[in-house]
Ligand binder design. Sequence first.
Ligand code: F6P
Length: 536
Amino acid sequence: MWEALKAERGARIAELLRDDGRAADFSVSCDGMLFDYSKTAMTADARAGLLALFDARGVAARREAMFAGAQINETEGRAVLHVALRNISGGPIRVRGQDVMPGVRATLARMERFSQEVRDGRFRCAGGAVRDMVGIGIGGSHLGPEMAVRALAPFHDGPRCHFVSNVDGADIADTLRPLDPATTLVIVASKSFTTQETMLNAATALGWMAAEVADPAAQFVALSSAVERTAEFGIPPERVFGFEDWVGGRYSLWGPIGLALMIAVGPEAFRAFLAGGEAMDGHFRTAPSVRNMPVMLALTGLWHSHVCGYPTRAVLPYDQRLARLPAYLQQLEMESNGKGVNMAGEPLDGPSGPVVWGEPGTNGQHAFFQLLHQGRQVVPCEFMVAARGHEPDLAHHHRLLVANCLAQSKALMRGRGPDEARALMAAAGFAGADLDRQAAHRVFPGNRPSTTLVYDRLTPRRLGQIVALYEHRVFVEGVILGINSFDQWGVELGKELADEIAPVLAGERDADARRGAGRDGSTRQLIAFVRGLSDA
Ligand code: F6P
């Protein structure tokens, strides 16, 4: 599938940009955002080939199938309808003949009522109004809310918001220590309500609260599809916000899993976030492919991963409040497209979706950018930056932030050749062999690809657009790769083995048992070593 496109590799980005029309031509704008992919080595012919692939792989039909509620998550027999959660001004969406929108709207209205009660103090804890919320969840039930609450800090006017995800007791201990149980609301977010880490953390939080509060469960809320299990935990139905199996964990921020965000920023801002997602859905469904932001973001991604063969990509938000976006995208992209087989269960004929990593700028510049500029491996960089910040009196900070972002993409592309490096060193007084050696360390190969997404300011609506943009990018890449982006079987084996090892570590089961945890020498040794240290 990629062979013909591979012949298109090898252009120099700076050469391509000699064409004055390239920047505009290799960019997509949408509702005030600009996605510029002109600083890549994608030629016009390569783009045509990628767009042909988009058509040949039937992405448009699959896209409509998703929006129509078809069971495109074939390995789990489920529809994929996180888009319904933000279809606020849209019409009916049917799953097995049943319109899901009345349920979506009713749940949203319940969330709004509850959020308002918490925000205006009508919801009472043992010690009065809620002062702190603790969101307990992991993976898709954690990364989205945590990322979004941080992203929208300037809009935060509700109770303080904290998150616990790791089963490491350090996480919950450090989080709960400064809080007062009598004024804390605990939000347990788990689609399945069986996830080991979340259930243990929820039980620990309940115990912490029970030590101070007569009716601790009264200060618990559950966000889950498993209503019977939330009842077993002791949370009554009026404080359970449910959702259907057609909302995948890593796509769930738009519904009840977003409750902490709604309480933090208020229902109106949350609706603006949904509206942003809905606007991006409309763009994704209707814009011609070459002017379609998620499509071109996806095709640029595939160009780098599957045509150029770069195994990773860096997400670099020059926006400190998007500090958790790389972690969020790691789950979104790698749990979705990190698969080894296609829909038919056959091995993929190339790599899976790429490794995604990153940090906000400018911090990353003082950490790993050395490798981005001079390392032998090429990492495509995805920059994103807001034209304006939320701190008018610190506009000079923001100008420097933007300047750094634009400078980095230019430096990656431009590089610094040996002659320029030699001239610089000669001017600094070096000569002869010393000059040669010193100049070699100051050469930048350049021609390193990057894309840049520019938006005005990080508002709730903008965040909704950005999150939906990346969701749809994952979708397009997944369909072209033939992957089911909506299951995650690859996380199961480790969970099963942890369940086997835990009782061995606790001394409840023999590590030498022929089956299970003790079977391999390395794990047996590690268990013994840990036990030796912890028993000491
Ligand atoms: O890591 C696997 C996973 O199933 C994710 O897909 C999901 O987001 C996370 O665990 C949490 O699951 P739950 O919401 O059921 O607790």
